[in-house]
Design a protein around this ligand. Structure first.
Ligand code: NAD
Length: 477
């Protein structure tokens, strides 16, 4: 059922020049399920040439017409959702229900930007003299190069491509090599909807080789990356050297503050669901669960019970609530974080081990009594590790929440409006969810502060990074 994945260059689906391929592995079985075309330098040059031509055509198409094609792409994605969900689960591991939700959400994102593109308003600025019109115009930035990861192969790509296309840009996507098929199906939806050749193209290969070629290339005007902070800093520096605009959606280490007056069941349910969704491979997953001393023990007990109730298994099997990790690197990372923390004195309340002999399964894991020098309190775990830490005062909790250089998501649970407002103001994060999850919706901004990056995806803010401002001052003769 899993078909080999091709490049999409210049309006054609095709193998790489030279015929190189990369194996795709099912993380639930470790079996090779397909092959992926590995772009050569010639393929990238061809894509760049077509991207420039595609931009010239697309930017001239009225926003109204672009919107119609994007809406059609959303419909196509919905019509094909069930088949794509199976591909996504096979290559990435997440349970089918999560794959379906990712695809449905992606169709919503396309529709959202189809509408936002029609509202890329400029301004008319009052002039100092009669007969002068001062126009501030919003124009597409140009050819965009996007780099997206394997944790949400479709939803990480759809936000970038849809916003760029709605603004009138063309787009070259370097998709995730480990999970390429769902991402290719997304591109297929735009293409089959009738979006002209060269406007959206897809390549795969060695990430560093592709980014180091595309970012400095004069055809490319804008870079958008989602991935780790370390890689993001490297790519942002390269883009800076060549004066390219950049959006960076990077890592997180989200704190969640649970106060004594919280509804404990709501806090446990929301935090456990979002900690273990996609096996914890989510940049906004709650990771440092800071719990006030009055409710600490019952919180730990209830949270551990939730972790132990998860059904670990192949994402395609009925009843699975947590799939494998997406690759072997994450299993090794989890083992190393747990060994380091436990070796330094942390208590393992549940999990902590690889599960089974086959597939990249790792148990949902809860650690408490974690010493300050444990690595996992400083580095993003990006996996199913929950760290529960006690606190006494509001100031202590906020200091811990803001301690790291990450600033992506944060959460708080309290029945006091005063505390809720104070947390919202004091936390250094790009997104704060209070008494519910509430983040990463189509119509709301998504983005981080500090080392978690800059720029926003989603919401009305999501179109901004793909537009530039041109000022025209026109006097009538
Ligand atoms: P990694 O840091 O090597 O790669 C992360 C992502 O960046 C991958 O998609 C990869 O293809 C891409 N990448 C790496 N080097 C690149 C380069 N030079 N040019 C362009 N793209 C490049 O590590 P990994 O093992 O794939 O993932 C592990 C870490 O990445 C996690 O710990 C997590 O912090 C981060 N990550 C974050 C997100 C997110 O949603 N923000 C998603 C996936 C991974």
């Amino acid at each position: 059922m899993y078909k080999d994945v091709l490049l999409h260059v210049g309006g054609k689906w095709r193998a790489a020049t030279g015929g190189r391929t990369i194996d795709v592995v099912n993380p639930a079985t470790e079996e090779v399920i397909g092959k992926l075309a590995h772009a050569s330098r010639e393929d990238l040059d061809e894509a760049l040439d077509h991207a420039a031509k595609g931009f010239a055509v697309w930017r001239k198409m009225p926003a109204y017409e672009r919107s119609k094609l994007l809406r059609k792409a959303a419909e196509m994605l919905r019509a094909r959702a069930e088949d794509i969900a199976r591909l996504l689960t096979m290559e990435q591991g997440k349970p089918l229900a999560e794959s379906r939700a990712e695809i449905a959400g992606s169709a919503d994102v396309i529709e959202w930007f189809a509408e936002e593109g029609r509202r890329a308003y400029g301004r008319v600025i009052p002039a100092r003299s009669p007969g002068v019109y001062q126009l501030s115009l919003r124009e597409p930035v140009g050819v965009v190069a996007g780099f997206t990861p394997w944790n949400f192969p479709m939803s990480q790509a759809v936000r970038k491509i849809s916003a760029a296309l709605a603004a009138g840009c063309s787009f070259i996507l370097k998709g995730p090599e480990e999970t390429p098929a769902a991402c290719a199906e997304l591109v297929r939806a735009y293409v089959d909807a009738g979006i002209p050749a060269g406007v959206v193209q897809l390549v795969f290969g060695v990430p560093a080789e592709i980014s180091e070629y595309l970012i400095p290339h004069p055809v490319v005007r804008k870079i958008s990356f989602t991935g780790s902070t370390a890689v993001g800093k490297h790519l942002a520096a390269l883009a800076g050297l060549h004066m390219k605009r950049v959006t960076m959606e990077l890592g997180g280490h989200a704190p969640a503050l649970v106060f004594n007056d919280a509804d404990l069941d709501v806090a446990v349910n929301v935090l456990a669901a979002n900690k273990f969704r996609n096996a914890g491979q989510v940049c906004i997953a709650p990771t440092r669960l800071l719990v006030q001393d009055g409710v600490y023990e019952p919180f730990v007990r209830k949270f551990v019970a939730k972790a132990e109730a998860l059904k670990l298994g192949d994402g395609q099997a009925d009843g699975t609530t947590m799939g494998p990790l997406a690759n072997g690197r994450r299993v090794a990372a989890m083992e190393s974080f747990v060994a380091d923390a436990v070796g330094k004195g942390a208590k393992l309340r549940t999990g902590g081990q690889r599960a089974g002999n086959n597939g990249y399964f790792f148990q949902p894991t809860v650690l408490t009594d974690i010493p300050a020098n444990a690595r996992v309190l400083h580095e993003e775990p990006f996996g199913p590790l929950a760290l529960i830490l006690p606190f006494s005062t509001f100031d202590e909790a906020v200091a811990e929440a803001n301690r790291l250089e990450y600033g992506l998501a944060a959460y708080a649970f309290t029945s006091s409006n005063t505390t809720a407002t104070a947390v919202g103001a004091a936390i250094e994060a790009g997104m704060v969810g209070i008494n519910h999850h509430g983040l990463a919706l189509t119509e709301t901004p998504f983005g981080g502060l500090k080392d978690s990056g800059y720029g926003s995806e989603g919401g009305a803010e999501g179109l901004e990074p793909y537009l530039v401002t041109k000022f025209v001052s026109q006097a009538s003769l």
